[in-house]
Design a protein around this ligand. Structure first.
Ligand code: FAE
Length: 541
């Protein structure tokens, strides 16, 4: 594998970030005042509105669809169940720090559910007020699926790792899509629009903030694993200024999981800022689509307006000629499965709800020797990955543990090759959508990750940390950050996301992708959306 420093078609990267967190007492982070340059929310959609195009969700797929439709002259309404995230809280900041979660941090929970639930053996989750916060830890029987909630979708909370899969693996990701078109046209377009860039190598080698990544690289090298620098959408110049103390800090004070107040180019700074500039798009935050049924003029869509307690405060019925499902893999799949089963869209085919995967996510930590400190200062944006995809089916991101103290730990999120795929189905007893994922299925991913970390531990004379996910639990095997699938391209839809059985209904998000992107998914979701919307605009409008 290449040790490439280029981003396009380059490598795949490791995974996403994430981590940690803790309580203010354990982790000493700080916060400065100031606001992110967030986009403004627009007026909310009117009851009985009749519109040409409705986009459900404001993540990657939804933002691409809205921008290209608006540029083609179509008026678009975007409906988003989460908040606008354009107004600072009492502390002068829009988003809470990862180390000090508060009501802004979680979607409708009274206790945090942090991906890394323990530290030094102690549980670190804490009580918070119920609120329409930015990170949803959505629980299914066998897995917790983390997702962003708000205008910008997953881009609000994700690690910003912007990775294009290596071309030789693209056939494993989207075998039904022409790779030449993707690599010549749509991946470059997505990378350019998202503002993807690489860390300056000289800075990487010298800054305290990436000591943890340099230690991770050294251990990988000593076990003969190739490493790669992973492109991100964080503004690297800004991070260097953070280190120099000339701008308010974000990545360097551990902001990430509950939003970055500065530095990260979320969709609000990229696609959605262009969306607003068209003047053709309205965004309704705190509005949740609950039904779509055929009607004269297209589709009748029922939308609930929510308060910040998550309760419906109004119901709106609108008519849209075209409806784009961009509610994310879980959101879109749940809607379609429910609408098919309850008779709203009975002609959706039997593929709806199928082919869901977790991108093989699994996390672990290693305990380093005292002579290998990983640093008290750790940038929250990962930028280094270890590649053992060909030999072991694992790609591991060297992730931060930005606790503010020296932990002597290396922490990793691995993306692994796994054959396991689950199905969403309607449960008439609970009137909810279930997911058939089983926790034991993560065993394949653990074994893949072990091809890297057993070898490194053996070479370094080190052991796994057992204090991050519960008492004596090595593997973070209970979650995913990368839900993919549920309305697979060319199965539930045609080859461009048109839902079978219903002209004018489209899927344009991560639910089109059959369970794995081999690397972090959002660049592929964006590029596929660019491909599909171009065809739809050319032929259906
Ligand atoms: P998504 O971005 O999830 O947007 C869907 C939107 O629809 C959300 O804003 C929902 O609130 C909204 N919605 C859902 N249901 C409804 C409804 N019924 N009515 C109205 N609105 C609704 O979808 N990926 C990477 O490539 N690199 C990373 O470093 C990375 N790190 C991550 C870290 C975390 C903590 C998490 C949670 C995810 C991370 N991801 C990362 C995954 C990435 O964010 C995710 O694949 C994309 O956001 C999915 O894009 P979609 O457009 O499919």
């Amino acid at each position: 594998m290449t040790h490439t420093m280029t981003c396009d078609n380059g490598f795949e990267g490791p995974s996403r970030r994430t981590f940690l967190t803790g309580t203010g007492s354990i982790l000493g982070a700080v916060a400065l005042g100031g606001l992110a340059p967030a986009a403004r929310a627009s007026a909310s959609i009117a009851d009985a509105a009749v519109i040409p195009a409705l986009v459900i969700g404001t993540g990657y797929g939804g933002s691409v669809a809205a921008l290209r439709l608006a540029q083609a002259g179509v008026d678009v309404h975007m409906v988003e169940m989460g908040m606008a995230w354009d107004t600072p809280g009492a502390d002068g900041k829009i988003f809470a720090n990862t180390t000090t979660p508060d009501q802004r941090s979680f979607w409708l929970r009274t206790k945090t559910k942090q991906p890394l639930s323990n530290f030094l053996g102690f549980p670190i989750d804490k009580a918070i007020p119920r609120y329409t916060g930015v990170l949803d830890a959505e629980e299914f029987a066998g897995i917790t699926v983390y997702q962003g909630r708000g205008v910008g979708g997953g881009s609000l909370v994700n690690g910003g790792m912007a990775v294009t899969p290596k071309r030789e693996y693209f056939g494993d990701v989207l075998p039904m899509v022409n790779a030449d078109e993707m690599y010549n046209r749509y991946y470059p377009r997505a990378n350019a629009e998202l503002g993807v860039g690489l860390i300056r190598p000289e800075w990487f080698e010298t800054t305290d903030a990436y000591q943890y990544a340099r230690v991770g690289r050294k251990h990988a090298q000593r076990s003969n694993f190739p490493h790669v620098f992973v492109p991100t959408v964080y503004d690297w110049n800004y991070m260097e200024q953070e280190a120099a103390g000339t701008v308010p800090k974000s990545a360097l004070i551990g902001e990430i999981l509950y939003g970055n107040n500065y530095g990260k180019k979320s969709l609000q700074q990229t696609y959605l800022s262009k969306v607003r500039a068209t003047g053709r798009v309205t965004i309704s935050p705190l509005h949740r689509v609950v039904s779509v049924v055929p009607a004269a003029g297209g589709y009748s869509v029922t939308i609930e307006q929510l308060n910040t307690n998550g309760d419906p405060i109004a119901t709106k019925q609108i008519t849209a000629a075209k409806v784009f499902f961009a509610a994310g893999s879980v959101g879109t799949s749940k809607l379609l499965v429910k609408l098919k089963a309850t008779g709203a869209l009975p002609n959706l085919n039997g593929e709806v709800g199928k082919g869901w995967g977790d991108n093989g996510n699994v996390m672990c930590g290693r305990a380093n020797h005292m002579w290998d400190p990983t640093g008290a200062l750790q940038s929250s944006i990962p930028t280094l990955g270890i590649d053992n995809w060909v030999a072991g089916g694992a790609f591991a991101e060297v992730a931060p543990l930005p606790t503010g103290i020296e932990t002597y730990a290396s922490f990793y999120l691995s993306i692994t090759r796994t054959p396991n795929r689950a199905q969403f189905s309607w449960n008439p007893t609970t009137s909810k959508v279930d997911l058939s994922w089983q926790t034991a299925w993560k065993g394949v991913s653990i074994n893949a990750a072990k091809t890297i970390f057993d070898k490194i531990n053996s070479k370094e004379g080190t052991i796994y940390r057992t204090d991050f996910f519960g008492a004596y639990k090595i593997w973070g095997d209970h979650l995913t950050y990368h839900p993919l699938g549920g309305a697979i391209l060319n199965k539930a839809t045609d080859n461009y996301g048109r839902l079978h059985g219903y002209p004018g209904l489209y899927v344009i998000d991560g639910s089109l992708i059959p369970g794995s992107t081999v690397v972090n998914p959002f660049v592929t979701i964006t590029a596929l959306a660019e491909r599909n919307i171009e065809k739809i605009i050319a032929t259906d409008l």
